[in-house]
Ligand binder design. Structure first.
Ligand SMILES: Cc1cc2nc3c(=O)[nH]c(=O)nc-3n(C[C@H](O)[C@H](O)[C@H](O)COP(=O)(O)O)c2cc1C
Length: 330
């Protein structure tokens, strides 16, 4: 564990961790090994339940996390109707009494109620103050402010603007997600009023990450300027690396897809098909060598220079944080 003294914030108190950092849930990327190492490094981490094909696999992962984690861990649930496995996933989280849930999309009311009855904390992803207020009224334990520098389905507002707007409608603790790749930026987010960060992209190229060597190396060789938004994967804008394949195939849905995705009668089915197709292409690109390189990552890959263990990524960040606050001189 880092020799940097504890950084005490509302998030570290809520979760009982040493540093206010969540290894963010990442579809196809975050896995049990990464989370175990995160907890050993004094932070916490979360996995999307969607990363498991079956409930059996999901429960096996929860069992391993319970047994081997050195601190709290979380699970990310998609809370809208597109997630047909939501009930089953929530049941498993309650059975294994995970430490916290991170909800994305939808109405997390039921999730919050059930989790609170079972002593489980809930943090909700939000991208603006309108949804932030709605969710805040349901009394979760914190909001995750997904800003315009985040990897994945990024928000539209800068981190500072989003935190300010959320503070104007809610008293809940705010965790900032997006754009952190070094310790100076961690300090900036805390100064902006966040009680912690949720950091994803810089962990893609770690030794414990399950994705292909090509994907990891892409995170090293490409930088912030190479990140583009595509609507091809899920219908909603999502950040990907602008590889030659992406340049060739474009980042916008075809006219027919876009039409069907908006059509009153067909949109539900069309969205499901887009999502299914998009996830399939992401999966193919994430785990195997293929020329169809569609790799999801955010601009914070700018700070990724080599493949390191999760522990080392955390240590480096904390050392830079130590320098930024004047605790470390060189
Ligand atoms: C590859 C990738 C996959 C992601 N998958 C999910 C997901 O399944 N659920 C979710 O809530 N957020 C997801 N995110 C968003 C992260 O949880 C987090 O908000 C984001 O990584 C923060 O920005 P950063 O990448 O600059 O650190 C994903 C991000 C990335 C880069």
């Amino acid at each position: 564990m880092s020799t940097i003294p504890e950084i005490k914030t509302t998030l570290t108190k809520l979760l009982g961790i040493r540093y206010p950092i969540i290894l963010a849930p990442m579809f196809l990327v975050s896995n049990v090994h990464m989370i175990i190492e995160a907890t050993k490094a004094g932070i916490t981490g979360a996995i999307p339940a969607l990363n498991y094909r079956t409930d059996r696999e999901f429960r096996k992962a929860l069992e391993e996390l319970k047994e081997k984690s050195n601190g709290p861990f979380g699970i990310n649930l998609i809370a809208n109707k597109s997630n047909i496995k939501l009930k089953e996933q929530l049941r498993s989280c309650l059975d294994y009494k995970v430490d916290y849930l991170i909800t994305s999309l939808g109405n997390p009311s039921q999730i919050i109620q059930k989790c609170h009855k079972n002593g489980i904390l809930v943090f909700c992803d939000v991208v603006d103050e309108v949804y932030g207020k709605k969710v805040s009224d349901l009394k979760p334990d914190g909001l995750i402010a997904v800003n315009n520098e985040a990897g994945g389905h990024a928000g539209k507002l800068s981190s500072k603007e989003l935190i300010n707007r959320l503070q104007s409608v809610s008293d809940l603790p705010i965790i900032s997600a997006g754009g952190v790749g070094n310790g100076k930026q961690l300090l900036e987010k805390l100064d902006e009023g966040a009680c912690g960060i949720s950091m994803g992209s810089p962990f893609i190229a770690t030794e414990e990450s399950p994705v292909s060597q090509d994907y990891k190396e892409a995170c090293i060789h490409y930088s912030a300027k190479d990140i583009v938004m595509t609507t091809k994967l899920s219908g909603s804008p999502c950040t990907i690396i602008n590889t030659p394949y992406v340049q060739k195939t474009g980042t916008r849905q075809s006219m027919i897809e876009a039409f069907l995705n908006k059509h009153r009668r067909f949109k539900k089915l069309a969205k499901m098909l887009t999502f299914y197709k998009g996830m399939k292409s992401l999966k193919k690109a994430a785990f195997s060598s293929t020329y169809q390189s569609v790799w999801c990552a955010g601009p914070s890959i700018e700070y990724v220079k080599e493949i390191l263990p999760v522990k080392k990524v955390v240590e480096n960040l904390l050392r830079e944080y130590g320098k930024a606050i004047g605790l470390i001189v060189n």
